[in-house]
Design a protein around this ligand. Structure first.
Ligand code: F6P
Length: 521
């Protein structure tokens, strides 16, 4: 195909040569929108590459699928569900029809309830069972029910103001919950139980533990009503758990777990920073939604970044890509992105259930700069793998520590430069150990500042980039059947023997555990 032939021609050239040949390369291969500069000029692409990739997008009808997603069509076919996280960020004046009903009034009712509740908690009107003000929150959830709000709370951590600290617990390992309860005051702690299904083993077990802990301290089951709230689509299971409807913030099954930050799952952000911050996050994401829907293909950032990712994955054999935020507060971004990308596009059958004959979603990894420079960057610069990198930086910093931000930014600029330019043998004292091949691609995303609005812009950008790739690969990016088998087997093991005789390795491991811990598995 044309892209493959073009790839072969491009093999003979390198990034430095592309810059030398085109004095306008940065201008031609970067896009500015309000609050963001996306520079993709350090990727191995030419105008012809972009034109061919846009042709591919057209052939795969990315625009049509995008419009169907935004309109509420049931594009998650294996679960017969619409994919409408974008509706959660829309203004109340919009309308999105789903099964003959406008979804917007429900969305804005829940948003209003989140505002009223978070105002009451932050203002002291909502008190604990013994009349004390709520001064800290423990959010219990896992996967998409925790990663988004945790990322946002950490990212905005430097924003000062009247804030209630939120601690996050997800792991079934008792150490996670024990650590949270150790310093908690039962009189002034609010627990959020966040689970789309309200059946997830880890979350329900952690919530039960927290419930027992609260009752054991406050000596009254009625205390649960003042100290527990739920965020879920499963209102019946929430009620069975003992959480009242007025303390339940619902969302619908058309919000995928990993896309649920924008729903009631964002409540911790409201409690920590106030509802206005959450609204700003939604508005930033909505600005990216509009860009994705309205910008022409050749100026459309998520579309182009998605296509460049496909270019790297399918034509350069990239097994992975690195996401490298130059911001300590965004240290958790790679983890959030791992779920959004790998749970969405880690598939080997297409939308019709047929095996795909090409590579799909890559491995995502990363870490905050500059720390990563002293751990895994060696492999990025001189390793044998081809690993495209996304660098993310912010012109302004909330951290008021003189001198540091300049150094951070200098490092942010130096790394993509080093990856691209490398250092020839002749300039490395003829020592091959010290030479860098260069010609390694990267994209740099620069934002004006790290605040809620710009964070919304960034997260929605990645969501749409991943969507574009799912469409090109003809897979359903919105189901996750691959997580099911392990859950079933864990339950079989818990209900001893239910799954029949395990394989010899599992049986051997089990007998070691039994021999070394009383009451073990
Ligand atoms: O196991 C994966 C998963 O289903 C994710 O998709 C989801 O975000 C997470 O578990 C948590 O699910 P829930 O919100 O239903 O507890």
């Amino acid at each position: 195909m044309a892209l493959q032939r073009h790839r072969e021609t491009l093999a003979k050239t390198n990034l430095a040569a592309l810059f030398a040949a085109d004095g306008q390369r940065f201008e031609n291969f970067s896009i500015r929108i309000d609050g963001l500069l996306a520079d993709y000029s350090k990727n191995r692409v030419t105008a012809e590459t972009i034109a061919l990739l846009l042709k591919l997008a057209k052939a795969c009808d990315v625009e049509g699928w995008r419009d169907r997603m935004f309109a509420g069509d049931k594009i998650n076919a294996s679960e017969q569900r619409a994919v409408l996280h974008t509706a959660l960020r829309r203004p109340a004046t919009d309308s999105v029809m789903l099964d003959g009903e406008d979804a917007m009034p429900f969305i804005h009712k829940v948003l209003n309830d989140m505002k009223v509740f978070s105002d009451a908690v932050r203002g002291g009107a909502w008190k604990g069972f013994t009349g004390k003000q709520i001064t800290s929150v423990i959010h219990i959830g896992i996967g998409g029910s925790v990663l988004g709000p945790q990322l946002v709370c950490e990212a905005l951590g430097n924003e000062r103001g009247k804030k209630i600290p939120v601690r996050f617990v997800s792991n079934i390992d008792g150490a996670d919950m024990a650590g949270a309860l150790e310093s908690a005051d039962p009189h002034s702690t609010l627990f959020i139980v966040a689970s789309k299904t309200f059946t997830t083993q880890e979350t329900i077990a952690n919530a039960q533990t927290a419930r027992q802990w609260l009752i054991s301290h406050l000596k009254d089951e009625k205390a649960v009503a003042r100290h527990f709230v739920a965020l879920s689509t499963n209102e019946k299971a929430v009620a069975d758990f003992g959480i009242a409807p007025e303390a339940t913030f619902p969302f619908r099954d058309w919000v995928g777990g990993r896309y649920s930050l924008w729903s009631a799952i964002g409540l911790p952000v409201c409690l920590a920073f106030g509802f206005g911050t959450f609204r700003a996050l939604l508005d930033g994401a909505h600005a990216m939604d509009r860009h994705f829907c309205e910008a022409p293909p050749e100026r459309n950032i998520p579309l182009l970044l998605g296509l460049i990712g496909v270019w790297h994955r399918n034509f350069f054999g990239a097994q992975s890509y690195a996401v490298l935020p130059y911001s300590q507060n965004l240290e958790r971004l790679p983890v959030w992105l791992q779920q959004v990308d790998m749970e969405s596009n880690g598939k080997t059958v297409d939308r019709d259930g047929k095996p795909v004959t090409y590579d799909t979603g890559p491995v995502v990894f990363g870490g905050a700069g500059t720390n990563g420079q002293h751990t895994f960057y060696q492999l990025l610069h001189q390793g044998s793998s081809f690993i495209p990198c996304d660098f993310i930086g912010f012109a302004a910093t909330p951290a008021n520590v003189p001198g540091h931000h300049r150094m951070l930014l200098a490092n942010l600029l130096a790394q993509p430069q080093a990856l691209m330019a490398g250092r020839p043998l002749a300039e490395s004292g003829n020592d091959p150990q010290r030479a860098f091949s260069g010609n390694r691609p990267s994209t740099t995303l620069l934002f004006e500042r790290l605040d809620a609005w710009h964070l919304g812009l960034l997260l929605a950008l990645y969501e749409h980039k991943i969507f574009v790739q799912g469409i090109i690969w003809n897979i359903n990016s919105f189901d996750q059947w691959g997580v099911e088998l392990g859950k079933v087997l864990a339950n079989d093991i818990l209900e001893k023997g239910k799954g029949g005789t395990p394989d010899a390795s599992t049986a051997g491991l089990q007998s070691y555990l039994r021999a070394h811990a009383a009451g073990s598995i």
